[in-house]
Structure formats: structure tokens, C-alpha cells
Design a binder for this molecule. Structure first.
Ligand code: ZN
Length: 186
């Protein structure tokens, strides 16, 4: 079974939930023949009304789509998964007594195995945000970069000033020497 989780719900939890539904069904129905090739697609309910969830699957097929509302309970989702798995086994609604849902007993057994309360909502994957450098750290970095730029400009300015000073000294000497010469001639 391949789980294609297109929601923010914890995929590992959903996988356990689906596997548990199949495990319980297999007790009476045997393993689903096409289990290995089966794809369970998890999407959000389009109309995200509280608690609602639904699904569809082809009879004896290899694809079941489960729509889960953001606030759906474990019980609700387990029931939907169970129902869609029955379709994969080849049962249509005329074969399903009581809507093709698991008994309360089966639901609480599953919840217990997964360590969740039957009335709890499905766990959501917690995203660990990458630690961003704080605003002060980023400002400090920028200031250090700006200081390096100005230090290099200062070095170039000092070199230019030193060169100009040498040239001034040179021309002052030359002019002074010529000036002395001219005076001497006249
Ligand atoms: Zn159905």
C-alpha cells in the first residue's frame, strides 16, 4: 500500500490508521489481494465543514481517495477508510449492512493500538522552522561588510594621497631648483 498524503496531517499516523483498518478487515476477509499495488490518496475535504469526511474507491480497484476535514475525528476517518477498503474488496453498497462501517468495538481497538482517543482529531505534522538569524545578527553582519568596504576605500585613498604628496614634493623641488637657476642667470 502506498499512501499519498496531500494534506498537513501526519502521514505516518495516517499510514498506521489505514494499515490497522486493513489488518482488522483481513481477520475476516483475508488480506486484500491488490494490497501491494493499492494507493490511498489523502486529500482535504473541499467544503471544510467541521468533522465531515468522505471517500471514493473503485470496486476491486487499487485506488481509494479519502477526503478528510481539518477537524475530523479519528472515528470519522477510520470509518471512511474502512468503508473505502470494503469497496476495494469488491463490496458495493447493497452488500453493506449499516453503511459498511466498523463497529464501535473495532474503532476503539484501533484507537487504542494507535494511542489516540476515538474523539481526537487526526494529528497534524509539526513543521520545525529553520532557525533564522535574528534581526540584530543580520544587522551586525551588514555593518561588518560595510566596514570592510570603507577600510578598502581608505587604503586606496591613503595610497593616492601618498603618491600625490610625493609628486608635489618632486615638482616643488624641481621648480625651486629652476627658480634659483633663473635668478642666477639674470
Ligand atoms: Zn461507498
Amino acid at each position: 500500500m502506498r499512501l499519498d498524503n496531500q494534506t498537513g496531517f501526519d502521514g505516518r499516523f495516517l499510514r498506521k490508521l489505514v494499515t490497522e483498518a486493513h489488518r482488522q478487515l483481513a481477520e475476516s476477509e483475508g488480506r486484500l489481494e491488490q494490497w501491494k499495488r493499492t494507493r490511498i490518496e489523502i486529500v482535504y475535504c473541499r467544503a471544510n465543514h467541521a468533522g465531515g469526511s468522505s471517500g471514493y474507491a473503485f470496486l476491486k480497484g487499487t485506488l481509494a481517495r479519502i477526503r478528510i476535514a481539518r477537524r475530523a475525528t479519528f472515528t470519522r476517518v477510520f470509518k471512511v477508510v474502512w468503508h473505502e477498503l470494503l469497496h476495494l474488496y469488491g463490496y458495493d453498497h447493497s452488500h453493506m449492512r449499516g453503511g459498511g462501517y466498523p463497529s464501535e468495538d473495532r474503532i476503539s481497538r484501533a484507537a487504542e493500538r494507535l494511542g489516540i482517543d476515538v474523539a481526537s482529531t487526526i494529528p497534524v505534522l509539526v513543521r520545525i522552522s529553520s532557525p533564522r538569524p535574528g534581526i540584530r545578527e543580520r544587522r551586525l553582519e551588514r555593518l561588518i561588510a560595510r566596514r570592510a568596504t570603507w577600510e578598502s576605500k581608505r587604503k586606496r585613498a591613503e595610497n593616492a594621497l601618498a603618491k600625490i604628496t610625493r609628486q608635489i614634493t618632486y615638482y616643488e623641488r624641481v621648480i625651486a631648483a629652476k627658480g634659483v637657476g633663473r635668478e642666477g642667470e639674470s
